[in-house]
Ligand binder design. Sequence first.
Ligand code: ADP
Length: 153
Amino acid sequence: MTRKSDTAFYPGSFNPFTIGHKSIVDRGLSIFDHIIIGVGYNEHKPVAEKDCATRIEKIASYFRDEPRVSVIAYSGLTAYEAKKSGACAILRGVRSVADFESERVLADINRRLTGIETVILYSLPEYESVSSSTVRELKNFGADVSPYLPEEK
Ligand code: ADP
């Protein structure tokens, strides 16, 4: 079977985008020629849309030297957005058994909706404990979160 396109759609809330997310994109580029990072937001919350624009700018800055990566915002169903973007697959990451279960459900739903397959990459061991929610929590308590965030270019 031939691949339908050379692009993957990497969806998430990326609140914030961490070194764990960056690693999935970097490694995904050894499989796909292009990766579209889709930052999902809730269109019924105007604040979320504004936050999303700031998030996109930041993520794009991490990939300034990598023309094979683009970043977009979306608010609809992931499977429809992935198809619309021309991607042949959804890219996701898995850190733990808990991630595995939720990713299995999402992959199944997305396949049922549009036929799109999901490619899962296991987290590198050194990023298994890195999560956006932990970074947010640490930040709320004034801790330095820079070790968990990609380097700005
Ligand atoms: P969502 O809001 O859709 O749950 P996130 O923005 O938290 O997603 O993450 C997007 C994707 O990246 C998910 O597949 C998630 O499992 C994966 N991911 C998040 N953190 C890591 C990490 N440290 N290593 C590998 N994959 C990760």
